[in-house]
Every structure is written in structure tokens, then in C-alpha cells.
Design a protein around this ligand. Structure first.
Ligand code: MN
Ligand code: MN
Length: 479
């Protein structure tokens, strides 16, 4: 045995730590964490659809002094550094902006999340009667595991738009005095055939019809008396007829309210964390932004992400580019196409979307060292996609270095995380659609358990650190 003169050099600082965030947070931050989560609970309780999430966000923005950008577009009145505006598209996709000190041509700092969530939509001709019951035919939206949506209390949210353009808001099932809706499942006693099917095939898409009622109308001449009674109830409450379903957007969502979860209250169980948790923390970051940022701050609350960002309110459309053109026009003496292209190219973006947490119940689908852990901080994902990074938007090492600098300087507890094992599956966000402009984009958001389930589980510390990270990113002066 050789006697060593010196103690071996400490190497601990060379390895990255994977400590629980609660061991790394200051008492002041912990207090702030609870406040941010409380405000998130209040927001998400009222935001069960993309339209509701949009409307609640507009209320918060207006209360904080943000003005409708369309008013400026109409008058041509210019926006100066420090100006706070928002821009709505069809009451679904929303953009909040604080004009920065530098010209837009030098780029924006963008945090973009989405407010649509997996759900079950009503078909355009949904109501029918069968065996003395009224049922509503549905078409699910987004990637759901269908069996999870059976036998739980459901609410009906959305709008009827009548032929004369009058809009009627619908919200049934949230007030404790309201009735709820439900999709039935087979009793185990008669499930011999169902048990033999695979999980994905056991419940067909056409098997998600909602039970709506069972009392026949007293009117003698009517054919489908139960269906007619439901129509009469809807007409009484909303002034609508059966034809009005054709110009409606009605969504079936879980009726349950968001709740604190865990005996230590360290989590939140809620419908629609994906992606209202990142959309809200982004929104709160721009609401709390003090002073005039160096670069123009922009927070996006997008629609249609869950079905591929398609359509006029999705990020695969020209919506963002067009809105940026309007913003450029309002912040420069003379609009130019070249300046717009430069503004988009020079922008930095956080694609604020959720990721999957490592689940000890399902260890085989994740690779532990590259998975996000519950309440270990906001999760930064360099690339998504599936198999050989197919469909991924891969953030550059240079941009990752900027994110590290911004988060470490801002006291943000963060971690890296991939979405599952290499060949297990995968997913994408709006990152790829924004990266088209040549801007720097990275995925960064809150890790979840049970993503896309009726109730998803997220950690409070992770939610708070998303807020803190987005705020530090919006404020950053690239120095
Ligand atoms: Mn998402
Ligand atoms: Mn999703």
C-alpha cells in the first residue's frame, strides 16, 4: 500500500448535479413558487378550452395594461419601446408583446406554448336517440388513450354560432349545481371479448358517444321523444335548434377542477397541463416583465398544436409571420420585407411545451440518465422527433450554451430530458414551424406524468421554474 502525501483533488464540481429542486430552492423562491402555482390553479380552472384559455389571458393582459394591437393597425399609430400590446386571431391564438429597446430587425425573444388540449369534440350532427336514450356522437381531438375517458364526469364547453352570427357560449358541468355527462363502459361480467382486444383497440373511436338524457317529451306528436326533450332544453337555455350544431364548436372535457396533489402538496393534478402549464407560465412571465426589455418580448398562446399545428390558427400557417409584419410596420418608420426576414431570422425562441417525466411504474420506456425527473426543474430538450431524430428541431450547441447561461444566471433550477428511449416513440412541438425562419429555437417546459390523460400530473417546483426560466429568457440582453 502506497501512502499518498496529498488528498485526491475533489472532482464533484466536474459532474452535473441531479438534485431535487426542493433542495436547491431558497425560502423566498419557495414562497414565490406557491404564489405562482396558486395563480396557475385559478387560471386553469377557468380555461378548459383554447377559447377560454384565450379569453382568460386577454383579461389578465388588459388588467396589466396591454392594449389590442389591431387598434394600432387600424390607425397606423406607431408603437414605442416599452409599449405593451396583444394580438388575437379568431379568439383562439393569442400573441402578447412588449416592444424592446432594439429595432425589431435585431430579433425578438419569443416564448411559445399552446392552449389546445386533447379532448372529445361533438360531431356536426351529434344528437340521436337509441333505446329510449339521447346520445351525442363525438370525434376525438388529439392523441388520447380512449379507455381513460370512459365513466368519468365530463363537462360540455364551447360555442354555438347561429346563422345570423350571434355567438352563444356553452358551459355545462363545472358548477357543482350543474349535471355532468358521461361515456359508459362495459361491466367486467360481460367483458370477455373486450378483454381479449389490445388496449388500443378495445374502445373504438365511434364508441365514445356521450349519454345525454332519458326523459321523453310530453308532446304526443313527436317521434324521437327523448331527443326532442333534449333539444327543447337546449332551446330554452341557449336559444338554439338542432341545425345550430352544424356551426358549433362543442368540446367534451373532464368536469373535475384542478387540485393540489400529494400528501405534501408538491404537485398539481389537472386537465390540460399540456400545454396550458407552459402557456400560462409564459403569459405570467410577460405580465411580470418589469421595464423595457432589450429585445422585443413575445409570448404566444397557440391553437391546434395537438393535431399538427394545422389550420388558420395553427403555427404551420403564416399567422406568426403576418403578425410579425404588422409589428414591424408599427415599430419602424418604413416597412421592408428584408427587415421582416431579418427580424424572424435573428429571433430566439423557447418552444414552451411539456415533456414526459421518468415514471418509476414504467421504467422500461425511458433512459434514466436522459429523462426529466419530477420537481428537478424545468426541462430543456435539445431535440425531439422519433427514431433517428426524425421530425426533430435540433437546437444548436451554441444556442444551448446561451440557454445555460441565461438560466444559470437567473437562478433557474433546470434539467435536460429526452422524450423516452430512442426507439420507443417520440413527439414534436411548434419548434419546427418557427425554425423555418432560421431562428434559434429550443424546447423547454414542464415535465408531466400521464400526458394527454383526462387528469395530468405536474410538479409545482417545475411549474415555477418554467415561469422563472421564461422570464429570464425574455429579459435577457444577449450579453
Ligand atoms: Mn404539447
Ligand atoms: Mn400534447
Amino acid at each position: 500500500m502506497i501512502k499518498t502525501a496529498k488528498k485526491p483533488a475533489k472532482t464533484a464540481s466536474l459532474a452535473s448535479s441531479a438534485k431535487n429542486g426542493y433542495e436547491r430552492i431558497s425560502p423566498a423562491d419557495l414562497k414565490h413558487c406557491e404564489e405562482v402555482n396558486k395563480s396557475y390553479l385559478a387560471y386553469i380552472a377557468k380555461s378548459k378550452t383554447e377559447r377560454e384559455a384565450h379569453d382568460e389571458a386577454v383579461l389578465l393582459l388588459e388588467a396589466a395594461g396591454f392594449q389590442d394591437m389591431r387598434q394600432y393597425e387600424k390607425t397606423g399609430q406607431k408603437l414605442s419601446p416599452g409599449a405593451k400590446v396583444y394580438r388575437s386571431s379568431e379568439g383562439k391564438t393569442l400573441m402578447a408583446i412588449v416592444v424592446g429597446k432594439r429595432p425589431l430587425e435585431q430579433g425578438m425573444h419569443i416564448v411559445g406554448g399552446h392552449t389546445d388540449a386533447p379532448r372529445i369534440d361533438l360531431k356536426p350532427n351529434p344528437l340521436y336517440e337509441n333505446t329510449g336514450m339521447a346520445l351525442l356522437d363525438t370525434h376525438y381531438y388529439g392523441g388520447i388513450k380512449k379507455y381513460q375517458w370512459l365513466t368519468i364526469p365530463l363537462a360540455l364547453h364551447g360555442v354555438f354560432v347561429k346563422a345570423d352570427g350571434k355567438k352563444v357560449n356553452v358551459n355545462i358541468g363545472e358548477d357543482p349545481a350543474d349535471p355532468v355527462l358521461c361515456i359508459t363502459d362495459l361491466l367486467p361480467h360481460l367483458a370477455a371479448d373486450q378483454y381479449k382486444k389490445s388496449l388500443g383497440e378495445a374502445i373504438p373511436g365511434e364508441g365514445l358517444d356521450v349519454v345525454a338524457g332519458s326523459i321523453p317529451t310530453a308532446e304526443k306528436d313527436k317521434k324521437e321523444k327523448v331527443k326532442h326533450n333534449i333539444l327543447a332544453l337546449l332551446h330554452k337555455k341557449y336559444g338554439v335548434t338542432e341545425a345550430d350544431f352544424q356551426s358549433a364548436e362543442l368540446e367534451i372535457v373532464p368536469a373535475a377542477a384542478p387540485r393540489e396533489a400529494g400528501l405534501d402538496r408538491s404537485m398539481i393534478l389537472a386537465y390540460g397541463h399540456d400545454d396550458r402549464v407552459c402557456a400560462y407560465t409564459g403569459l405570467k412571465a410577460i405580465l411580470d416583465l418589469k421595464g423595457v426589455p432589450e429585445y422585443t418580448s413575445c409570448v404566444l398562446l397557440c391553437d391546434k398544436e395537438e393535431i399538427g399545428s394545422v389550420g388558420a390558427t395553427g403555427m404551420a400557417s403564416n399567422l406568426f409571420e403576418n403578425a410579425s409584419a404588422e409589428l414591424l410596420n408599427l415599430t419602424t418608420p418604413a416597412y421592408s420585407e428584408l427587415a421582416l426576414k431579418r427580424a424572424l431570422h435573428n429571433s430566439w425562441m423557447i418552444s414552451a411545451d411539456v415533456n414526459a417525466l421518468f415514471d418509476p411504474m414504467y421504467p422500461s420506456v425511458s433512459e434514466k440518465r436522459n429523462s426529466a425527473l419530477l420537481n428537478h426543474g424545468v426541462c430543456v430538450t435539445k431535440y425531439g422527433g422519433s427514431r433517428g431524430k426524425s421530425g426533430s428541431s435540433d437546437a444548436s450547441a451554441e444556442f444551448m450554451a446561451h440557454i445555460r447561461r441565461i438560466f444559470d444566471r437567473g437562478g433557474v433550477v433546470w434539467q435536460t430530458g429526452e422524450l423516452g428511449k430512442v426507439d420507443q416513440g417520440g413527439g414534436g412541438t411548434i419548434a419546427q414551424f418557427m425554425a423555418r425562419y432560421g431562428m434559434q429555437v429550443v424546447d423547454c417546459g414542464v415535465g408531466l406524468f400521464s400526458m394527454h390523460a383526462p387528469m395530468e400530473l405536474a410538479g409545482k417546483l417545475d411549474i415555477y421554474m418554467a415561469y422563472k426560466g421564461y422570464l429570464a429568457f425574455l429579459k435577457d440582453g444577449r450579453k
